[in-house]
Design a protein around this ligand. Structure first.
Ligand SMILES: [Zn+2]
Length: 347
C-alpha cells in the first residue's frame, strides 16, 4: 500500500517537468501501460491474504484513477499552451493587401446576345431554339430555295452523309419549324439566336461557326413599316438614340421585298472612317417581308397573313459595338480581352 502511494507521489513530481505531449505519453506508458509500475502492483494481489485483497484492489483502482486524472489534466494544459502559441504565431495582419483573385466573366458576344434577347423579350417576342443538324428541306427548300437554286451557292454549306442532312447554314429553319407548328392559324413573334455553320476561309471577318440572331413576325396587317419601326428601335437600343437607319433594296429568295439595313456610322460624323465604307453608313442586317411562297409552304394563307423577317450577326453587332476589327478574338475566350471591353463599356 505504501508502495502505491510512493508511485503516485513520484508521478506527481515527474509530471511537473513534462514539457510536451510526447514526453507525457511516455510517462503515461511508464505508469499506466501494461508493463507500467501501477500494473506491476496488481501482480502482488496473488500473494496476498483473501482479507487484504479487497482493500488493496480498491486502493489500486483509486491510485489508477488519480494517475489518470493527473495525466489528463497535464494533457489539457499542454494542448491549451500549444493552441495559444499557434494563435500567437499565426496572428493575421488585416492591414496587408489581399491576393487578387481573377474572376471569370461572360464572353462579350454572350453579353451582346443577352442584350438582344432582353430587347425582344420586352417587345413580346419568344426566344426559340432549334437543331443545329438540319434537314435540307428546312434549311433551304422551304425557304424558297429549291435544289439547283443559284443562291444556294452563296452559302457554302457543310453537308452530312448525303445531301439531305446538313449543319444549318442559317437559323431560318427555326422559323420554318415555328410556322409549321403554328399550322397557319397562330400569329408568331420570335427570335432564334443560335449557331450557324458555313465553309469559309477563316480570317478577321469570317469564321466557320457564327451566331445568328434571326427574327420573325407573322400576323395580319403586317407591313414593311412595322419591320422598319422594329429594326429602328432595336438599333437605337443597342447603339444609342442618335443612330439612324436606312433601307436599301436587296435580294433574298425567302423575302419579297428584301432589304439591307444600314445604320449611320457610330464612329464618325458621316465623313467616312475605317468602319463605314461607303461613307457614313454601316450595313447591319438583312431583312424583308416573308415571301408568299414561304408562307404557303408553311401553311399560312398569304392573302390573310403577312410577316417580316430579319437576321443579325451576333459577331458583327459585337464588333461594331466595341469597335473591334478581328472576329476571332470573340471566340478565343481570353479573359484579358473581355476585361478590356468591360472597361470600354464603363467609360
Ligand atoms: Zn464612319
Amino acid at each position: 500500500m505504501k508502495n502505491a502511494e510512493e508511485i503516485l507521489s513520484k508521478l506527481k513530481e515527474k509530471i511537473k517537468t513534462i514539457k510536451n505531449i510526447n514526453d507525457l505519453n511516455n510517462l503515461k506508458a511508464e505508469y499506466l501501460g501494461k508493463k507500467g509500475s501501477i500494473n506491476e502492483l496488481t501482480k502482488k494481489i496473488g500473494t496476498m491474504l483473501e482479507s487484504e485483497k479487497k482493500e488493496f484492489g480498491k486502493k489500486l483502482n483509486e491510485i489508477k484513477s488519480k494517475a489518470n486524472d493527473l495525466i489528463e489534466t497535464k494533457k489539457q494544459e499542454l494542448e491549451k499552451k500549444i493552441l495559444e502559441e499557434k494563435l500567437k504565431n499565426e496572428k493575421i495582419d488585416i492591414t496587408l493587401p489581399s491576393t487578387k483573385i481573377k474572376l471569370g466573366q461572360p464572353n462579350i458576344e454572350e453579353k451582346m446576345i443577352e442584350m438582344v434577347e432582353e430587347f425582344f423579350i420586352n417587345m413580346g417576342y419568344d426566344v426559340l431554339e432549334g437543331p443545329e443538324i438540319e434537314l435540307d428541306k428546312y434549311n433551304f427548300e422551304m425557304l424558297n430555295l429549291p435544289k439547283e437554286h443559284p443562291a444556294r451557292d452563296a452559302q457554302d454549306t457543310f453537308y452530312l452523309k448525303d445531301d439531305t442532312l446538313l449543319l444549318r447554314s442559317q437559323t431560318s429553319p427555326v422559323q420554318i419549324r415555328t410556322m409549321l407548328e403554328g399550322k397557319g392559324e397562330k400569329p408568331i413573334r420570335m427570335i432564334c439566336p443560335g449557331k450557324a455553320y458555313r465553309r469559309e476561309d477563316i480570317n478577321p471577318t469570317h469564321e466557320q461557326e457564327l451566331c445568328q440572331i434571326e427574327g420573325l413576325v407573322i400576323d395580319k396587317n403586317i407591313s414593311l413599316s412595322d419591320l422598319k419601326g422594329t429594326v429602328d428601335a432595336f438599333v437605337k437600343h443597342i447603339f444609342g438614340p442618335n443612330v439612324e437607319i436606312r433601307f436599301r433594296p436587296s435580294y433574298y429568295p425567302f423575302t419579297e421585298p428584301s432589304v439591307e439595313v444600314d445604320m449611320s456610322c457610330i464612329y464618325c460624323d458621316g465623313s467616312g472612317c475605317n468602319m463605314c465604307k461607303p461613307k457614313g453608313w454601316i450595313t447591319i442586317c438583312g431583312a424583308g417581308m416573308v415571301h408568299p411562297n414561304v408562307l404557303k409552304m408553311c401553311g399560312y394563307d398569304p392573302d390573310k397573313w403577312q410577316g417580316f423577317a430579319f437576321g443579325f450577326g451576333a459577331e458583327r453587332l459585337t464588333m461594331l459595338k466595341y469597335n473591334m476589327n478581328d472576329m476571332r478574338i470573340l471566340h478565343e475566350n481570353d479573359l484579358r480581352e473581355s476585361a478590356n471591353f468591360d472597361r470600354r463599356e464603363d467609360n
